[in-house]
Design a protein around this ligand. Structure first.
Ligand code: ZN
Length: 571
């Protein structure tokens, strides 16, 4: 229901008229209408549809027209015009969800505030609460509003964005008015951080789609609402845009809005050579402006002599040239993955039993998993002692038999600061898979850290280096390590490097995974799951692998069990 939004707009109009010292009669009229709308229990859109707006107390012809206009466009020209007439800075302040025109004026006049930064400072200093009609609560809400605006300008880790985008896509897909729908932008390319969510739709009734989109429960602020494009800010602070495009242009729009910009430049260069023009509306012949393609992406690429290119590699890193020669890599896919080689259970800091993890992995269709709880020195996460490890091995074998999936016994063995491992060799020898990782003393010099890690790669019982750079997306920088030398050492010692699929890590990054592939280092994609649900993180790791141009042959856990174990024995 738009009742409250329209009421808020009328209140804002009244406030602005008051600031402008307009006739009290008009001001009162808007306030009355706002009050009526706030008290209305029926959806205003339904009343408008019956053409009965003027039966609402306080709604005359003029106000009724503004309601119709708002229902159609998401705003009113009169309202926008008034906003433009206010002093500069005031409208900026009004972008803060809690601040209307009157408050903005008050802040401006009493405290000289004309920017968001001023407002934040004054709120933090407790000056705002001292103004008439304000209080500590308002001040707090203003600060929250500012934080929301700031977050909407930052990039968020993909793990925080993809589930939201899927929620929106699911909600819109349910509408019978929606024919085609897809995410576009950096999210479709599966970049590790995302600036905003772009969704494209074809629809027989765009108004309906936009109404549902702009009133989804997670929407905190509607920035714009129209029939071809609407923008909102969601509760996590990220902006989401929905565009409605013509069915004949869906492929062209999808290609255009998926990007990357650099990739699209390459594709357009090819079009120019063929006297074609490509834009979001289609592919056109330059000489007569006739559209020759646009319905599907395949069609668009075909007009410039290219096969369809997977979104994850549309980064202008040589993919167009390879596509031209029909030599695109056959990228690894989620369904190629046959096992998961890093996960934690209740034996250390995980939440599930070995058996529960095994069952969940079997449901995902895997052939094998490795249980890799933390080693003994990591006491704060319940690292497994050597005595416990013997028992642990038995439990894994039992789960293997019971669930009917191969449960390999492993460890995520700590790399101690001096480059020794946290278990002696005779213990490591008893395990099927040994993952080694750094979890302490992150602040060493690059020289020391590189030496520390390379030393353990020389150990013949070690198979995989876990989360090789230690970064936590958005919260901890990678430790200083010479990735170049690390990759060389991995190749020399035939140690696999992990692509840690946990959305908090994504480590190796796509760029480093690509370097490793180019130099022939084997890679694994592991979830580092700490609950059975996190086994689903595999898709993030596969996305990194695809962005790094990995094919199934580059990924050890795409091998069937016997081949994987062959690699383990050779190592
Ligand atoms: Zn770890």
């Amino acid at each position: 229901m738009k009742n409250r939004e329209i009421a808020a707009m009328f209140n804002d109009i009244a406030d602005m008229l008051e600031i402008k010292d307009e006739s009290p009669f008009r001001i009162t009229a808007y306030r009355r209408a706002a009050r009526s709308l706030e008290g209305l229990t029926e959806d205003i859109a339904a009343v408008a549809e019956r053409d009965e707006l003027e039966e609402i107390p306080g709604v005359g012809k003029g106000i009724g027209e503004k309601i119709h206009e708002f229902l159609k466009t998401g705003t009113s020209a009169y309202y926008e015009e008034l906003r433009k007439q206010l002093p500069a800075g005031i409208t900026t302040l009004m972008t803060v969800p809690e601040v209307g025109p009157k408050t903005a004026m008050l802040l401006h006049e009493k405290l000289g505030i004309s920017s968001i930064e001023d407002l934040e400072r004054a709120s933090k200093d407790g000056l705002v609460r001292k103004l008439p009609r304000m209080g500590a609560k308002t001040e707090e809400n203003i600060l929250k509003g500012i934080a929301l605006i700031r977050r909407s300008k930052e990039r968020l880790p993909i793990g925080a964005v993809l589930p939201l985008a899927r929620e929106i896509v699911a909600a819109l897909s349910n509408l019978k008015e929606v024919k085609q729908i897809s995410v576009a932008g950096s999210l479709r390319r599966m970049k590790e951080t995302i600036g905003d969510i772009d969704i494209l739709v074809t629809s027989s009734k765009p108004e309906k789609v936009m109404e549902v989109f702009t009133t989804l429960p997670r929407v905190r602020q509607v920035l714009a609402r129209g029939t071809t494009r609407s923008s909102v800010i969601l509760d996590t602070g990220i902006q989401a845009d929905v565009r409605v495009v013509e069915p004949d242009a869906f492929g062209a729009a999808l290609q255009y809005f998926t990007g990357s910009k650099d990739h699209n430049v390459r594709v357009r260069e090819k079009a120019v050579k063929r006297d074609l023009k490509i834009n979001e509306y289609g592919v056109f012949r330059v000489k007569n402006d006739r559209r020759i393609a646009g319905k599907t992406e395949e069609e668009v690429y075909a007009t410039v002599g290219l096969p369809w290119i997977p979104p994850e590699i549309r980064e202008a890193q040589g993919e167009v040239e390879l596509a031209e020669r029909g030599k695109l890599p056959k990228l690894v896919d989620l369904k190629d993955i046959r096992g998961d080689l890093q996960m934690h259970t209740r034996w250390s800091d995980g939440s599930d039993t070995i058996e529960a993890m095994a069952k969940a992995a079997k449901e995902l269709g895997y052939e094998y998993i490795a249980i890799t709880d933390h080693s003994q020195s990591l006491k704060f996460v319940g690292g497994v002692t050597i005595e416990e490890l013997r028992e642990h091995i038995k439990m894994a074998r039992r789960a293997s038999d019971k669930v009917g999936i191969t449960v390999l016994m492993g460890t995520e063995c700590d790399i101690l600061p001096d480059g020794r491992l946290d278990y002696p060799d005779d213990v490591l020898r008893e395990l099927d898979v040994v993952v080694v990782s750094v979890h302490s003393r992150f602040r060493m010099s690059e020289e020391e850290m590189t030496a520390r890690i390379i030393k353990v790669l020389e150990n013949p019982h070690v198979h995989i280096l876990g989360h090789p750079t230690g970064r936590l997306l958005g919260s901890r920088e990678a430790y200083a390590v010479n990735i170049d030398r690390l990759i060389d050492a991995a190749r020399r010692t035939k140690t696999a490097l992990e692509i840690n699929a946990s959305p908090q890590r994504l480590d190796l990054s796509d760029m480093h995974a690509r370097m490793a592939r180019e130099r022939g280092v084997p890679l694994v994609i592991s979830t580092d799951a700490h609950t059975r649900y996190q086994l689903r993180y595999m898709e993030y790791g596969v996305a990194i692998a695809r962005r790094a141009w990995l094919e199934p042959k580059h990924v050890l856990n795409a091998l069937p069990l016997n081949k994987f174990m062959e690699w383990v024995r050779e190592r």
